[in-house]
Design a protein around this ligand. Structure first.
Ligand code: NAD
Length: 287
């Protein structure tokens, strides 16, 4: 039973602190914080926005999770150093999840326009990840007990994103960093992985929609025919942060309902657009 006995507490997070950078707002970071808390971690919820942070800490409070909420900007080295100190005062540090990121509609721009938002998007999505992972990783090395780090990317990092090239490039850089650090820190048992969400319904992602919008035909391009939830992402992150992934490092887990493996030339019947033969289409469709 030596291999199976850990299943009574498979997470290995009890009594350890986890920093969630970008925990606020009721979206992905908040779900991640709650799942980590349910699994036994002491959650250090960090956000740059006080109101959004409170959304998360209120839920952690209601869950009965041991936590603190800290206001800090993930791009600010000194602020993040203080966050790590606070986390270690609460409990030995297990690691961190880098959620802060994204791109707002005004930041979408043609690449040729030389829009200054390009640098802002890179600074938030890549810069804040670098700052946080460096501070946390350095402390984990000092502690000498290993640890786990999970970076939130996007499936756009695997392809390309017209008018959002900064976002796709910044998250692709996050994936590259994830792979490099998994090797640098592998012998210290500090695992570094990433979760790449597909299209997830969050309060933030509502910013690209119209009031009263429904998903309509949007889900035709998702093999599972639904958008993801923040909880879907949190489950993937909990796997990566816990002992359930004890021998996994340097990997990207796509939590996207199959979108990243779907050929772009498929139509809404999941057949290639160039298959015109009706008899063949009917045989493959009607089963
Ligand atoms: N929602 C989606 O469909 C989707 C898809 C793919 C990837 N993602 C990624 O998931 C993450 C979370 O997405 P979400 O929709 O929940 O977004 P969100 O904006 O609701 O959450 C991000 C949180 O990070 C905080 N934050 C922003 N800048 C910060 C900074 N400098 N320092 C500290 N905190 C900061 C925000 O205040 C917010 O509370 C992002 O990295 C995003 O790129 C989201």
């Amino acid at each position: 039973m030596s291999e199976l006995s850990p299943l009574s507490n498979p997470w290995g997070l009890d009594g350890l602190s986890v920093v969630v950078m970008g925990a606020g707002g009721g979206g992905i970071g908040t779900s991640i914080s709650r799942f980590l808390g349910h699994a036994g971690a002491t959650v250090v919820a960090v956000d740059v926005d006080a109101e959004k942070l409170k959304v998360c800490t209120d839920r952690l409070e209601a869950d009965g999770t041991r936590h603190i909420g800290l206001l800090a900007d993930g791009r600010d080295k000194d602020a993040i150093a203080a966050v790590v100190e606070n986390a270690c005062e609460l409990a030995p540090l297990r690691g961190s999840v880098q959620v802060a990121g994204g791109m707002w509609p005004p930041q979408w721009a043609p690449f040729a326009s030389d829009d200054p938002a390009f640098d802002d998007v890179m600074a938030l999505n890549f810069g804040a990840t670098v700052t946080t992972v460096r501070a946390v990783g350095r402390r984990l090395v000092e502690q000498g007990n290993g640890g786990t780090i999970c970076n939130i990317a996007t499936t756009s990092a695997l392809n390309g994103m017209p008018y959002g090239s900064a976002y796709a490039a910044s998250k692709a850089a996050v994936l590259s960093l994830t792979r490099s650090l998994s090797i640098e820190w592998g012998s210290r048992n500090i695992r570094v992985n990433a979760v790449a969400p597909g299209s997830i319904a969050t309060p933030k992602s509502a910013s690209t929609r119209k009031p009263g919008d429904t998903d309509g035909n949007d889900t035709d391009v998702i093999p599972m025919r639904r958008r993801g939830t923040s909880d879907d992402i949190a489950k993937g992150v909990l796997f990566m942060m816990s002992d359930m992934s004890a021998y996994v490092t340097g990997q990207v887990l796509c939590v996207d309902g199959g979108t990243s493996v779907r050929p772009t030339y498929n139509d809404n019947e999941e057949l290639p657009v160039f298959v015109h033969n009706e008899e063949l289409r009917a045989r493959l469709r009607d089963w």
